[in-house]
Design a protein around this ligand. Sequence first.
Ligand code: ZN
Ligand code: ZN
Length: 153
Amino acid sequence: MNEDDVLVFKDYHVPRVCAKCGKANPDYKGVGEYKCSECGFTMYDDFGVVRNYLEAHAGATQAQVSRETGVAMDTIRQFLKEERLEIAAGSAVMMTCEICNAPIRSGRYCPECARVVNKRVEEEKKASGAKKQSMQGYVKSIHLDKGEYRFKR
Ligand SMILES: [Zn+2]
Ligand SMILES: [Zn+2]
């Protein structure tokens, strides 16, 4: 986890005690759902709350979800970035590509920019590989020179 994630999730709410009977540490059931081992009461963290809301209100905007659920906009945006949530087809656009601002449904980039970004990463990888190789070549030529020197002597 980098600093950005911590910052974004400073407002992230997770149920720590049962809202019904007060028992601590409800069991995590997955996809943001928690269940009290004592009374069986079901609770949700911010992700569960947002997910439930979107299931019932497909097409809601990010601002609407935040207003209705009380979950911070930044937290919702982080879910979308992590692709934990995807905006339903045909719903109001909630995300934009970080590079060209094209509307997207999840992640950080539109397919077009994602391809460019991936290509750049690949090229950087290749470039650092090539650098290593040329250094190896350099080392080899030093050995060769030494050998020649010795031979002449
Ligand atoms: Zn309980
Ligand atoms: Zn883009």
